[in-house]
Ligand binder design. Sequence first.
Ligand code: HPA
Length: 319
Amino acid sequence: MEHLYEKAQESAEYIKAHTTKRPKIAVVLGSGLGNLTADFSETEELPYKDIPNFPVSTVAGHKGALLAGKLGEKEVYALEGRFHFYEGYSMKEVCYPFYVLKLLGVEQVVLTNACGGINREFAPGTLMLLTGFINMMGTNPLIGPNDERFGPRFPDMTEPYSLELRNLAKQTADELGISYKEGVYLGFMGPCYETAAEIRAFAGMGADAVGMSTVPETMVCNYLGMKVLAVSCITNMATGIQTVKHSHARVLEIANQAGETLCRWLGNYDSGEYEYIERDGFSIDRVECVYNWDDSEYRREEEEEEERRREERRMWNEN
Ligand code: HPA
């Protein structure tokens, strides 16, 4: 997308001019998970089609509007309807709203989605907090010339889902008695559901769940320096694990049911006026784990290697 920065600026200016709120947190509502905004107050709604340069959503079950509202005391943006690669949008279009959110001053993004369970310990209706992703979408939204005003050429993906936010979400779930699993989400291009052979391969790769969104958005939000929390609703077991054929209607039905719990969870999730403690570019939990990592063996190997190189140089100079 040419002139992405200027286009995103134009979208952001329009949103600022037509809303009074300035949220620091945005929630993306996946298939059938739209109920969250029912708990919003003082809602201001902007249809995507009215926002300059915004793509328009085409899938049943996905509305197409940006909402600015209050959830309790907190101001929140909600994206009702996302853009999928399988709809024919370019990856830059799929991720366009996040460039706009960044320019609007958003710092945290909560992504939700409906997906298929690969991990056999999951059942339809399970809520899964994402710990990581595997990109099997065959491309990457950050391919192309890089605009340094947005982020670096080679973005780090060490902590795609913020440990800080995950801990806050887990705390909320525990307080509310909401059960959840944690796992790795694999992004599949779609729009066909996966084959049973693909699911066996993905299980071997370490995926717990599979879906057709979330991964590009996660990459772009990290690139833009926004923290990401993501929650999946397992609406069905993946191909070959469940014995019946897939049905999008069933996906929406389960997402709607589990969506109620998800709404209760996110509605009470305290994204915190937390103090974000960072060292060496990692959040503090990650730092503890990096700094406590026993790397003595690794260091010994490095020293042995260096000694070998010194010895080689010595022999080379002597001859
Ligand atoms: N595969 C991919 N995407 C999905 C699935 C699935 O099984 N269920 C809901 N979204």
